[in-house]
Design a protein around this ligand. Structure first.
Ligand code: GDP
Ligand code: IMO
Ligand code: MG
Length: 427
C-alpha cells in the first residue's frame, strides 16, 4: 500500500486538511503536488486550529516528512511567514523538503493576477489574487522562475529580465501601471534564498526512493476536481491539475505506484469565486448551510456559495480521478433538516441528463433534478461507528454512495481529528 492520493471531489474546501491530518500520523510523507497559497486547509488538533496555505497538512504530524513537489507554485514570502508562524506555535518544521523545480510566484505575478481580474470586470474569475494563474502561465510560456534559480544570481537576473520584458509593456501600455524594475525583483528574491536553502532537495528522487523502501506516501491535493484546468468548469477554474493525474506530474511519481485515490466529498456543495453551480441556493437553506457549516473562505475570507449535494458531480469526480474511496465530510451540518434534497441528474433545455455535460453552455443551463431524502434531528457529532448514526443519516450516506460510484470509507461528523467515523481503513 505505498502511495495514496487525497483530493477534492467538488469545488475545493471539502475538508482535505482534516482528512490529511487524520492520516498524517500513519504515513511517512505528505506531498503537495499542485496549486500554491490559494489553498486554505484547516486542521483542528484538540483546541488548536491551524490554517495551512502552502505547507502540506502533514507538517503537523511529527513523524511525517512534508514535501512541496515540483508541481506547486511557491510564494517565498508566504512560505517563510507560514513557517515562522508554525514555529512560534511550537511546530517543528525542519523536515520540510521543497523541490528545486517548483516555480516561484514573483511579486509581478501577483500584480498581474490582480490587474487582470480588475480588467475583466464582471467577467472576472474571482481568483484568490495570489498570483497563481500568471505563475503557471509563465511556467507554460517557459519564462518562469524556479526555486533552483535563487542560487544562481546571473541566471536569475536573465530570467527575470526575460519575464519582465513583455510584462512591463503590458503593465505600462495596457493597464496604465508603472513598470517593475528587474533589479528590485532580483534583490527581493535573493533575500529569501538563504532561508529557503536548507529545505531545497531533489524531491523526485527522495519520494521514489521512499516508495522503493515501502514507505507510505500521501499526496494532498489543493482545490478540487471541478477547479481543474482540464476537467473543471473552465474558465472558472484554477490553473493547475488537482485531479489524480496531477499527483504524478506534480511529484514525479509514476501512476503504477499509486494504489488508492480518495475523494474528499462534502455532504452538500460549496464554491468560492465565480462560475456555474447548479445546486446553488439563494434562500434561507443556503444561508443556514453557510452559518452552520462555517462556510467562509480560509484564504480570502469570502463567504462561500452553498447548495445541496450534487451526485452528478460526485460521479464525474469518481470517473476522472479513478476514485477508489470517498471521505464524506460535514454530515453533522445537515442535522435538523426534515427533508434533504439531493441532485440526482440535471435538466438541460428540457432534457434529463445523467452525466456532467462536456459543453460549457449546457452546464450553464443545467437545472438540478432533486430527490428528497428524509433527514434526522439527533446530534451525530459523537458518533464513532456507522451504526451509531440515526437510520435516516445512514440511509443518506448509503444513497450518496450508490449515486456517487465509489465506497464511502470515512465520514466526518465534526472538524476535530476524532470526529470521524472510519468504515474501511485507508492504509
Ligand atoms: P480544505 O480546503 O479542503 O482543507 O477545507 P477547508 O479547511 O477550507 O474547509 C473545511 C472546513 O470544514 C474547515 O473549517 C474544517 O475545520 C471543517 N470540517 C472538516 N470536516 C468537517 C466535518 O466533518 N464536520 C464539520 N462540522 N466541519 C468539518
Ligand atoms: P482549497 O485547497 C476553493 C478558486 C478561487 C477562484 C478560482 C481561481 O482550500 O480547497 P486562483 O487564485 O486559484 O487562480 O482562483 O479557484 N479557488 C479555490 N476555491 N478552495 C480552494 O482551495 C481554492 N483555490 C482556488 O476562488 O474561483
Ligand atoms: Mg480550503
Amino acid at each position: 500500500m505505498p502511495a495514496l492520493v487525497l483530493l477534492g471531489a467538488q469545488w475545493g474546501d471539502e475538508g482535505k486538511g482534516k482528512a490529511t491530518d487524520l492520516l498524517g500520523g500513519s504515513v511517512d510523507y505528505v506531498v503537495r503536488y499542485q496549486g500554491g497559497n490559494n489553498a486554505g486547509h484547516t486542521v483542528v488538533v484538540g483546541d488548536q486550529k491551524y490554517a495551512l496555505h502552502l505547507l502540506p497538512s502533514g507538517i503537523l504530524s511529527p513523524g511525517c516528512t512534508p514535501v512541496i513537489g515540483n508541481g506547486v507554485v511557491v510564494d517565498p514570502s508566504v512560505l517563510l511567514s507560514e513557517l515562522s508562524g508554525l514555529n512560534e506555535r511550537g511546530v517543528d518544521t525542519s523536515k520540510l523538503l521543497i523541490s528545486g523545480n517548483a516555480h516561484i510566484i514573483t511579486p509581478y505575478n501577483v500584480t498581474v493576477d490582480k490587474v487582470t481580474e480588475r480588467f475583466l470586470g464582471k467577467r472576472k474569475i474571482g481568483t484568490t489574487g495570489r498570483g497563481i494563474g500568471p505563475t503557471y502561465a509563465d511556467k507554460i510560456n517557459r519564462v518562469g522562475i524556479r526555486v533552483q534559480d535563487l542560487y544562481d544570481e546571473s541566471i536569475l537576473t536573465q530570467k527575470v529580465e526575460a519575464a519582465l520584458d513583455v510584462k512591463n509593456q503590458i503593465l505600462t501600455k495596457l493597464y496604465n501601471r508603472r513598470a517593475i524594475a528587474v533589479s528590485q525583483v532580483v534583490e527581493e528574491l535573493l533575500g529569501y534564498a538563504e532561508q529557503i536553502k536548507p529545505y531545497v532537495a531533489d524531491t523526485v528522487l527522495v519520494l521514489n526512493q521512499a516508495l522503493e523502501d515501502d514507505k507510505v506516501v500521501l499526496f494532498e491535493g489543493g482545490q478540487g476536481t471541478l477547479l481543474d484546468i482540464d476537467h473543471g468548469t473552465y474558465p472558472f477554474v484554477t490553473s493547475s491539475n488537482p485531479t489524480a493525474g496531477g499527483a504524478c506530474t506534480g511529484a514525479g511519481v509514476g501512476p503504477t505506484k499509486i494504489s488508492r485515490v480518495i475523494g474528499i466529498l462534502k455532504a452538500y456543495t460549496t464554491r468560492v469565486g465565480a462560475g456555474p453551480f447548479p445546486t446553488e441556493l439563494f434562500d434561507e437553506d443556503g444561508e443556514a448551510l453557510r452559518r452552520i457549516g462555517g462556510e467562509r473562505g480560509v484564504t480570502t475570507g469570502r463567504d462561500r456559495r452553498c447548495g445541496w449535494f450534487d451526485a452528478v458531480i460526485a460521479r464525474y469526480a469518481t470517473r476522472v480521478n479513478g476514485l477508489t474511496d470517498f471521505f464524506l465530510t460535514k454530515l453533522d451540518v445537515l442535522t435538523g433538516w426534515e427533508q434533504i434534497p439531493v441532485c440526482v441528474a440535471y435538466e438541460i433545455d428540457g432534457k434529463r441528463v445523467e452525466e456532467l455535460p462536456y459543453s460549457q453552455t449546457d452546464f450553464h443551463h443545467a437545472k438540478p433534478v432533486y430527490e428528497m431524502l428524509p433527514g434526522w434531528s439527533e446530534d451525530i457529532s459523537k458518533a464513532k461507528s456507522f451504526s451509531d448514526l440515526p437510520k435516516n443519516a445512514q440511509n443518506y450516506v448509503k444513497a450518496l454512495e450508490e449515486m456517487s460510484g465509489a465506497p464511502i470509507s470515512a465520514i466526518g461528523v465534526g472538524p476535530g481529528r476524532d470526529e470521524t467515523i472510519e468504515i474501511n481503513s485507508f492504509l
